[in-house]
Write a protein of this length. Sequence first.
Length: 160
Amino acid sequence: MKMRAGWRVLAVGVVCGAMVCPAMLAAKTKLPVPSTWELDQLRSDFGGGPKMQSDVFTVNEDKPAMLSVDFVMVDDSGKTVKSSWSGPQNGRMLPLTGSSGMSFGIDKDGNEHWVFADGATRVGKMSLEKDKRTVLVRVLYTGKDGKQYNQVLMYNRTDQ
């Protein structure tokens, strides 16, 4: 009898552990908080599409229930755009503060979607590289004219 009770306790422990581990992993932040990331022009590939002159984003909070990010981007024409976004990482599109007509959404797996004021879109996948100092974003950029460009954007951590 003692042997069966021991196996029963072990089985319950394994099942509970198997359920708790994914929940604990899901609760981990994806990017260090706080952290600041700058576009690496030399390592990025704009695929023949619009090329930002600079792009910096700062992560203020990164949990599945709430992501908070500040952006400062200088577009290909030299216009500086400062904005911020806060929301859950559930893929739902929400407007950016400071950028009229722009919206953004990202899910817990790093799948992101941008809609720009001029109708252009950017859909892609963000990932933190093994070095924990590089963010890679692979996107399909669709311009307002419908032309599409595959882009690979590399960001380096600048605060540490």
